[in-house]
Design a protein around this ligand. Structure first.
Ligand code: CA
Ligand code: CA
Length: 299
C-alpha cells in the first residue's frame, strides 16, 4: 500500500467508524435507558462509586499532564481543582475556560449566574468558601483536599465539551462529579445533552443527612454522545448570609469531575449523506430483488 493509499484507507476507516458511531448514537437515543451505566454513592460508598466509574471510562489510575488518564482501556480527564493557582482561586474568580486554555482538558463552564470560584487553600484565604460566608467550612468538605468548585449567583453549572485545547466542539461518553452536602433527595442532579441539544436524561445525586457530607454520581453511555451537562447544585446559590438549613436552603458544591477525553463531533452532513447513500443502495437492491422475482414469476 502506498503512503497515500494508506492515508486514504485510514481516513475511510475513521469515517466508517464515525458513521457506525452515529448510527449507533441514534439507536442509543431511542433506547437510552439501556445504554447508560449509572454509578452512585454517598458517605462511605462515595469512593467505591468513583472508582467503579473510573473503570467504566477507562484510563487507569495514574494522572498524566492536564488531568489525562490514559492506558490500554481508554482515556479520561479529571479535574480535582487542587492545582488551580491561588491567583484563580477564592477570593478571585476562575475563568470559565481555564480548563480548556490554561490547563487544556476540554471543559468550558457557563452559568446563568455571575461566574465561578474555586475555594482557597489554608493560609492563603479562608477555606471551603468561607470567603463567601463563614458558615461554609462547616457546611462543606473536600473529597480531594483542599479545593472545591462552585458557581456564583446561581446553583447551575453547564459544562460544555471541546477537543482539549481547541475551539472544536467535542463529545464525551460519560461524566461524573463528587458533591458535598447534598441534603435533599431528587434535587441535586446532572442532566446530559447530545450535540443537537436533546436531553439524554436527568440523574439525581444521592443525598445524605448531615453536614460536610460527600456524594458521587457518574453516568456513562456506550459511545461518545454527550455534548454538554447541566449540573444543578441543591436549591440555592451560595452567598453572604445565605446559610444551609438542609431543606428550604440546600447548598451544594462540587469537587472532582471525571469525564472521558473529549473527541471530535462527527460531521452530521457527512454521515447523513453516507447513510442516505446506504439507503439508496438498499432501495436499489430491493428493486432489483423485486424485478428478478417478477421475472421468475413470468417465466
Ligand atoms: Ca479538590
Ligand atoms: Ca446542603
Amino acid at each position: 500500500m502506498t503512503t497515500a493509499s494508506q492515508s486514504l484507507f485510514a481516513s475511510v476507516s475513521r469515517l466508517t467508524v464515525r458513521i457506525m458511531l452515529c448510527a449507533a448514537a441514534g439507536a442509543a437515543a431511542v433506547t437510552g435507558a439501556h445504554a447508560q451505566l449509572v454509578r452512585i454513592g454517598s458517605g462511605a460508598t462515595t469512593t467505591a462509586a468513583r472508582d467503579a466509574f473510573r473503570v467504566d471510562l477507562g484510563g487507569g489510575t495514574v494522572a498524566g499532564a492536564n488531568g489525562l488518564f490514559s492506558d490500554g482501556t481508554g482515556e479520561r480527564r479529571e479535574i480535582n481543582w487542587d492545582g488551580v493557582p491561588d491567583s484563580f482561586a477564592a477570593p478571585n474568580n476562575l475563568p470559565p475556560n481555564f480548563f480548556n486554555a490554561n490547563s487544556p482538558r476540554g471543559a468550558v463552564f457557563s452559568t446563568p449566574g455571575s461566574g465561578f470560584q474555586v475555594s482557597a487553600n489554608a493560609g492563603v484565604a479562608p477555606i471551603e468558601f468561607d470567603t463567601l460566608d463563614p458558615s461554609y467550612s462547616s457546611t462543606f468538605a473536600a473529597f480531594s483536599p483542599q479545593r472545591l468548585f462552585t458557581a456564583l449567583g446561581s446553583n447551575i453549572v453547564d459544562v460544555g465539551f471541546f477537543v482539549p485545547g481547541t475551539s472544536t466542539p467535542g463529545l464525551v461518553r460519560g461524566f461524573g462529579s463528587i458533591f458535598s452536602d447534598v441534603d435533599l433527595a431528587n434535587t441535586t442532579s446532572i442532566q446530559f445533552f447530545d450535540a443537537s441539544n436533546n436531553s439524554l436524561g436527568t440523574f439525581f445525586v444521592p443525598n445524605l443527612i448531615g453536614s460536610e457530607t460527600l456524594s458521587f454520581l457518574g453516568v456513562s453511555f456506550a459511545i461518545p454522545i454527550i455534548s454538554r451537562v447541566r449540573i444543578t447544585n441543591g436549591n440555592t446559590a451560595l452567598g453572604a448570609g445565605i446559610t444551609d438549613n438542609g431543606t428550604t436552603r440546600d447548598l451544594v458544591v462540587m469537587d472532582d469531575f471525571l469525564f472521558s477525553n473529549p473527541t471530535v463531533v462527527p460531521e452530521p452532513g457527512t454521515w447523513l449523506m453516507m447513510l442516505t447513500g446506504l439507503g439508496i443502495v438498499g432501495g436499489i437492491a430491493r428493486r432489483r430483488r423485486s424485478q428478478s422475482q417478477r421475472v421468475a414469476t413470468t417465466r
